[in-house]
Ligand binder design. Structure first.
Ligand SMILES: C[S@@+](CC[C@H](N)C(=O)[O-])C[C@H]1O[C@@H](n2cnc3c(N)ncnc32)[C@H](O)[C@@H]1O
Length: 201
């Protein structure tokens, strides 16, 4: 059974507003800003806030999402910011490219639990050796809180699950923390998240 199928996301993104805002995720920006610009893959990129920011900082950006409404919003945002991004519409397991990336940015990539580990294993194949993954998503402790995230506890993350689902990475940062989210109407308020920066061994 699909949790949060593409129809759910198409409907969410059909509204005029950018539901997670137009500014990049704060942790993604902080970490990306410390790196020399190269190429970055942004899976499940939704309305394009991180893709557009990265492109504005001279990164070559490939993004994808299962939602075609997400792509439409992202293309709208990239046009207003006058930057160019390569954005494809496909499910994570169908994503293919010959490109290898310096960075993969995973922001709130709450894939269905049945495919989650397989999805992350699939994506890591597109990372260069010594490439970096920047990750932020809701922790299990977020379950039931009104500040955002899946209503299905299995789709939230624990540190143990991160270690299990990203065995190729050595973590420079891996922490669970309480933060204040102010990302559009759907990520707003005090939230429990997991953040990591990992390097492909
Ligand atoms: C919470 S949103 C995060 C969007 C974006 N990363 C951000 O931080 O603004 C989760 C995204 O995952 C996408 N998604 C869910 N399942 C997917 C799948 N199987 N393949 C690709 N994208 C998927 C949804 O369409 C949605 O845009």
């Amino acid at each position: 059974m699909k949790q949060y199928p593409e129809a759910f996301w198409n409907e969410r993104y059909a509204q005029k507003e950018f539901v997670y805002g137009t500014q990049p995720n704060r942790f993604f920006k902080e970490q990306l800003d410390q790196l020399k610009a190269g190429n970055v893959l942004l899976p499940a990129e939704g309305e394009g806030r991180n893709a557009v920011y990265a492109a504005s900082q001279d990164w070559d950006v490939v993004a994808f999402d299962i939602s075609k409404s997400g792509k439409e919003k992202a293309m709208q945002l990239s046009a207003t910011q006058n930057v160019s991004i390569n954005y494809q519409v496909n499910g994570v397991l169908d994503f293919k490219t010959d490109i290898k990336f310096d960075v993969i940015g995973l922001c709130y990539t709450h894939f269905p639990i049945q495919i989650r580990k397989e999805a992350f294993q699939h994506l890591i194949k597109f990372l260069k050796p010594n490439g970096i993954v920047i990750f932020e998503a809701f922790a299990k402790a977020q379950f039931g809180k009104p500040s955002g995230g899946p209503k299905n506890e299995a789709m939230l993350f624990s540190i143990e699950e991160i270690n299990d689902e990203f065995p190729e990475l050595e973590f420079n940062i891996l922490k669970e923390e309480t933060i204040e989210l102010a990302e559009g109407n759907y990520h707003r308020g005090t939230a429990e998240v997991i953040r990591f920066v990992g390097i492909k061994k």
